[in-house]
Design a protein around this ligand. Structure first.
Ligand SMILES: O=C(O)CCC(=O)C(=O)O
Length: 285
């Protein structure tokens, strides 16, 4: 990463990597202080602000991407005003974001969690202006392994499979509840359910834990662990870079296997049902 503001970094020792991964598998999240330098977080924050300020990017779309827009708007909790919130498809926008995917000890932690030869599966920057947050308790996407009504939870002797996960990287200090820290309910990835209460979620006596952190800290998030960003009630903007990594098998099955080319004229004349099944858009539509 010559000439990049992002350092190469170094993996943690094997022992420390295993300890962090074990805590992650048990709790569904883990906080690791002091990973990125001040220069790195400043460079990523400045790049993020410059991209949010780019009027061309605000209007840019790409129908072939999971996130069609590059800048996702959010709704201010008080005024209802629509404001720029999430920067998407970042690896297309600047090398700084691609370099962050390789930054150690992050990549080696990703491999310890989802396996060797893991694959990129998303990167965003959350820029929580005051009043903006993802404040509903949720799991990401669906509940991957739902239990039946009769089952209290998944068996604790299991290690819940992790097909993909998010590395959250704080780009500013988040030291009070008003500043909108991420919050997690420990162990809730074993519930096999959506969060049980929007006001007071609780799993086996575990109540929400806030990640109070300094710029440069990272924390790892199992998408099945109940989580949210607490409302940003402060006057400060909060910045979180999120990188997502997936297991190789999931990439092979869900990405490579459906990438078989189909001739352009066949796509042009295909039924909507076939296009939807293949996950393609009609050329020039
Ligand atoms: O703001 C946060 O930390 C929460 C992010 C979140 O809920 C998500 O990425 O799914």
């Amino acid at each position: 990463m010559a000439n990049s503001p992002i350092l190469s970094g170094k993996p943690f020792s094997e022992e420390k990597t295993t300890e962090i991964a074990e805590q992650f598998f048990r709790d569904g999240f883990v906080h690791i202080p002091g990973v990125l330098t001040e220069d790195e977080v400043t460079a990523i924050r400045n790049k993020t602000d410059a991209l949010f300020d780019d009027p061309e990017l605000a209007d840019r779309t790409n129908p072939n991407l999971a996130d069609v827009r590059y800048i996702q708007m959010g709704t201010h909790a008080g005024s209802g005003e629509h404001l720029p919130f999430i920067l998407r498809n970042t690896i297309e926008l600047d090398p700084i974001f691609r370099d962050m995917l390789l930054r150690e000890p992050i990549l080696s932690l990703a491999e310890a969690i989802v396996g060797k030869d893991c694959k990129f599966c998303g990167q965003n920057v959350l820029r929580n202006l005051p009043g903006l947050s993802i404040s509903s308790w949720h799991v990401d996407g669906s509940v991957h392994f739902p239990v039946s009504d009769e089952m209290p939870r998944h068996d604790p002797r299991l290690r819940m499979p992790v097909m993909w996960f998010t590395v959250q990287m704080a780009l500013n200090d988040i030291e009070s509840i008003e500043e909108g820290p991420s919050q997690y309910v420990r162990g809730s990835h074993y519930s096999g359910r959506h969060p049980n209460d929007q006001d007071n979620p609780e799993f086996e006596g575990n109540k929400p834990v806030s990640i109070f952190c300094k710029a440069g800290d990272i924390y790892l998030q199992d998408p099945q662990c109940w989580h949210r960003g607490a409302p940003n009630l402060s006057g400060k903007t909060r910045y979180i870079l999120q990188s997502q990594y997936a297991a190789y098998w999931a990439y092979w099955r869900f990405s490579l296997c459906n990438g078989v080319p189909v001739p352009e004229d066949a796509l042009q004349n295909a039924s909507d049902r076939l296009l939807s099944l293949l996950g393609r858009s009609r050329p020039n539509a």
